[in-house]
Design a binder for this molecule. Structure first.
Ligand SMILES: [Zn+2]
Length: 106
């Protein structure tokens, strides 16, 4: 599957600080408390709190501008999918001077 996007006209992800240089560092899927986290070097499952009646999918971004992370999240609920934002979490296990490792880059 390939996405059809145009770097000249499509909007990039923007950090709450306003910077557009956001790196995807984690994908987190919560299926009724069964949580899967995909990072650069690992994929891990855990049991955690239920995020709502349906699945939630969150992508965590590291911002070059402010050095913080934030999530862009999607929550399925009764036939609709809603989107929102949340603050990121510390990445002490993989934090470096350049922030968490980007999922992939060339
Ligand atoms: Zn930022």
């Amino acid at each position: 599957m390939a996405w059809d996007f145009d770097v000249g006209t499509d909007a990039p992800v923007v950090c709450p600080c306003g910077d557009e240089h956001c790196h995807p560092v984690r994908v987190r899927v919560n299926q009724g408390g069964r949580i899967t986290n995909v990072r650069y070097a690992s994929s891990m499952s855990e049991i955690g709190p239920i995020s709502g009646r349906g699945t939630s999918i969150a992508i965590e971004f590291f911002c070059e501008g402010c050095g913080g992370t934030h999530f862009v999240a999607y929550q399925f609920h009764k036939g609709r999918t809603y989107t929102g934002r949340a603050p990121g979490v510390p990445h002490s296990d993989e934090q470096s001077i350049r922030g968490p490792t980007t999922l992939w880059r060339d």
